[in-house]
Design a protein around this ligand. Structure first.
Ligand code: SAH
Ligand code: DHB
Ligand code: MG
Length: 222
């Protein structure tokens, strides 16, 4: 099936089910494009899914790994109760600056903290600060470290916490056990780590849409 159909169906869904979404989301994508950021944010329908998962879970403390321009950040932060808090980790100071402006424009600055640096370093700092436990963790950064990010997400969680990992299918490249692509190797390592970790109960769902053929992995902390 042609991928333009996937995009048209995404538009169909968005027009019907996301029509009341704040115009801020459109403004964020425009600001990101103006700043030259890559258009690798989650899709609108995926952002809405993250928002719904947070509300279903009743999450008040959210950790995001991989901020980019804060598109997913704003979807998630907007789903929190007024005393909720989201910490998002971003390597690039340029991306973080765009994200901070977008979060402020969305009126969510008080709920969101963006920390700049390699996420593995910041995660160790969060542990030392006793910043956890988080109720919901969204992992969407450099895929090479995905297994370590899932390990950290579990360490900073508690029973009932939810961990979502983006880009777990990548056009089916995930099947290639001989792949030399560090992104594929990293994500395959995450599947393997989860498989061997009884504290996590997980599935992955393949998705198509405006962002191509990919998938979300969802894990519940037992
Ligand atoms: N979650 C965002 C998209 C994130 S794109 C959204 O849906 O809107 C991936 C981001 O991860 C990029 O901004 C990239 O700079 C960041 N990143 C890459 N390596 C990283 C690292 N080691 N630590 C933290 N962030 C990293
Ligand atoms: C890429 C990264 C992402 O997080 C994503 O959702 C899509 C693509 C990338 O690096 O190509
Ligand atoms: Mg992603």
């Amino acid at each position: 099936m042609a991928s333009d159909t996937w995009s048209l169906v995404d538009a169909y869904v968005s027009e019907r089910l996301l029509a009341s979404a704040d115009p801020i989301f459109h403004e964020i994508l425009e600001a990101n494009a103006t700043a030259g950021l890559p258009a690798i944010d989650v899709s609108p329908a995926q952002g809405k899914l993250l928002s719904l998962l947070i509300r279903v879970r009743g999450a008040a403390r959210v950790l995001e790994i991989g901020t980019l321009g804060g598109y997913s950040t704003v979807w998630m932060a907007g789903a929190l109760p007024s005393d909720g808090r989201l910490i998002s980790l971003e390597l690039s100071p340029e991306h973080a600056a765009v994200a901070k402006a977008n979060v402020a424009r969305a009126g969510l600055a008080e709920r969101v903290e963006i920390r700049v640096g390699p996420a593995l370093d910041t995660l160790a700092i969060l542990e030392r600060e006793k910043a956890g436990p988080f109720d919901f963790v969204f992992i969407d950064a450099d895929k090479v470290n995905n297994a370590r990010y899932v390990e950290w997400a579990l360490k900073l969680s508690r029973p009932g916490s939810v961990i979502v990992l983006d880009n777990v299918v990548r056009d089916g490249n995930i099947l290639d056990e001989a792949s030399e692509d560090p992104n594929v190797i990293g994500t395959r390592a995450a599947y393997e780590w989860i498989r061997q970790t009884p504290a996590l109960d997980a599935t992955a769902i393949q998705t198509v849409g405006a962002k191509g053929y990919d998938g979300f992995l969802l894990a519940l902390v037992r």
